[in-house]
Design a protein around this ligand. Structure first.
Ligand code: SF4
Length: 493
């Protein structure tokens, strides 16, 4: 039903996000199920999404609520997050959801794990969202076993409806360019639909649709309409929710509304946003929020259907997120025609050029030194002592230069000779997560996001298309950890 609705250009699809907390029952779960029953009776919400350990905290697994939603007769849209699953767990969950006929999955990396039993959980992030979409696509095509060099395709699955996320709300060029480049990757990896990060800046929602049109992205896009309570709006404006960029004006406006006793204000604002979103060409909205009952969402949906945009327009819609960065700007001030803003990658190249030269000299087949180095590494590989000596030399050199962690499956050249294994807490190799804020890392807010640093070292002619044009890196082979990446590289050739 969700897929049919979302892929029908004449329909405007509404989904709603349920957030089960820590625990297997209680009032919170009762409220979610009550919401689901009412939504089923109403019929306008096409799927209820169920979060997967949101905020990096342990919670009831989405499959539990998903099963109850199926019994109620409303489709679950399962958040498939990667922070707590290694690739085998990812695969077994795909089989699980397939078995249970929960075919709509929203693939996302997820927030960095927070404190759990005896302290902070170990972050997994074995696959990123691009690699997971690719795995799902391969499984659908029955060809994923071939990557393990066997011809067994008996474990193939039938088609999933796979979603991905993107944030159009980043405030710096580097973050925003990466978000769009990753979106192109995700679409190529088989994403069937897209859901945006939540936000309140209409210019950015518009930018997202312009980008999709410019890049011929045909997948339907749902805008994330979040309806915060005042404390949550304050937390979002203070940058306390990973990846969420919200203007300080929003809580100020909400405080004024609270002073006036205007309890419906946040609902009317959501209705006004949804009307605008529909006019921008989105195929639907993904509504979420806190302290909401079904009656509130029904009120919003009624307002969207019954109230004119003019009546809704006086609700503040456009909360600009400070000195943001925009991919498009008017050709001339005051005009509607847009042109793309010039990009400025490579502003702090550091030693990237020197490392690139050394890489070329040692690893290129076109150079004599590269051919000799290959012979030398393969010669060392034939004997245990020589292998260990080379490995120790590699470890010293690369630890000194790159803070190398000896993963044995080196991708330094793909990230401007900065090491994602030591530089990015999520160890992402195909671009950033969505958690950064104003260029700083979600996990270590006093450090620049690793991928912002990579952007600053890129060649100056890099574009969004060029960033996403090379094949995405496959998952790392952890069997190679603590072995010589030099030998492994030449053995693969
Ligand atoms: S360095 Fe960037 S990509 Fe890595 S966790 Fe931090 S914000 Fe995310």
């Amino acid at each position: 039903m969700f897929k049919t609705s979302l892929t029908n250009p004449d329909e405007f699809t509404i989904t709603y996000e349920l957030v089960p907390g820590r625990g297997s029952g209680g009032k919170r779960i009762d409220r979610l199920l009550d919401f689901a029953e009412k939504a089923k009776m109403d019929g306008r919400i096409k799927a209820l999404s169920v979060t997967d350990n949101p905020g990096g905290n342990p919670a009831l697994a989405p499959v539990a609520i998903g099963s109850e939603l199926q019994l109620i007769g409303i489709e679950p849209l399962i958040h498939f997050s990667l922070k707590d699953k290694n690739r085998n767990q990812v695969e077994s969950h795909i089989f699980l959801y397939q078995r249970l006929q929960m075919l709509s999955l929203l693939v996302l990396g997820g927030d960095f794990p927070k404190s759990g039993y005896y302290g902070q959980a170990k972050p997994v992030f074995d696959l990123d969202s691009i690699q997971t979409l690719r795995l799902m696509q391969d499984m659908e095509h029955g060809c994923y076993r071939h990557r393990l060099h066997t011809k067994d395709s008996s474990s193939s699955i039938s088609a999933l409806f796979k979603g991905c996320v993107v944030s159009p709300f980043k405030t710096t060029e580097a973050e925003q360019v990466w978000q769009y480049a990753k979106l192109l990757y995700k679409v190529r990896a088989g994403a069937d639909f897209i859901i945006t990060q939540l936000g309140f800046e209409m210019t950015k929602y518009q930018e997202m649709m312009t980008f999709c049109r410019q890049h011929s992205i045909e997948q339907p896009v749902l805008a994330n309409i979040f309806i915060p309570s005042l404390p949550v709006a304050r937390a979002m404006a203070a940058g306390k929710i990973p990846g969420v960029v919200v203007s300080k004006e929003l809580p100020t406006v909400m405080e004024q509304e609270a002073d006036r006793g205007d309890r419906k204000a946040r609902l009317l604002r959501a209705a006004a946003m949804i009307r605008t979103i529909r006019e921008l060409g989105y195929q639907g909205v993904h509504i979420g929020g806190n302290e909401l009952r079904f009656a509130d969402i029904k009120f919003i949906m009624d307002q969207v259907e019954q109230t004119s945009q003019k009546q809704l327009n006086d609700r503040v819609l456009h909360f600009q997120s400070g000195n943001g960065w925009y991919l498009y700007k008017p050709v001339r001030a005051g005009q509607n025609n847009l042109c793309q803003t010039p990009l400025h990658p490579g502003t702090k190249p550091g030693a990237a050029g020197l490392h690139q030269l050394i890489h070329h000299l040692l690893f290129s087949r076109q150079t004599v030194s590269g051919r000799l180095f290959k012979k030398f590494c393969l010669f060392c590989a034939k004997d245990k002592i020589r292998t260990r000596t080379l490995q120790t030399a590699e470890q010293w050199i690369k630890r000194l230069l790159f803070n190398c962690r000896m993963c044995g499956d080196c991708t330094l050249a793909e990230s401007t000779y900065l090491c994602p294994q030591s530089g990015c807490p999520k160890r992402l190799v195909n671009g950033p997560c969505g958690g950064s804020l104003h260029g700083f890392c979600e996990v270590f807010p006093d450090r620049h996001c690793f991928w912002v640093r990579v952007y600053n070292r890129l060649e100056q002619n890099a574009t969004i298309t060029s960033l996403s044009s090379s094949p995405a890196l496959p998952p790392k082979n952890w069997a190679l950890e603590k072995t010589s990446a030099w030998i492994n590289y030449f053995k693969k050739q």
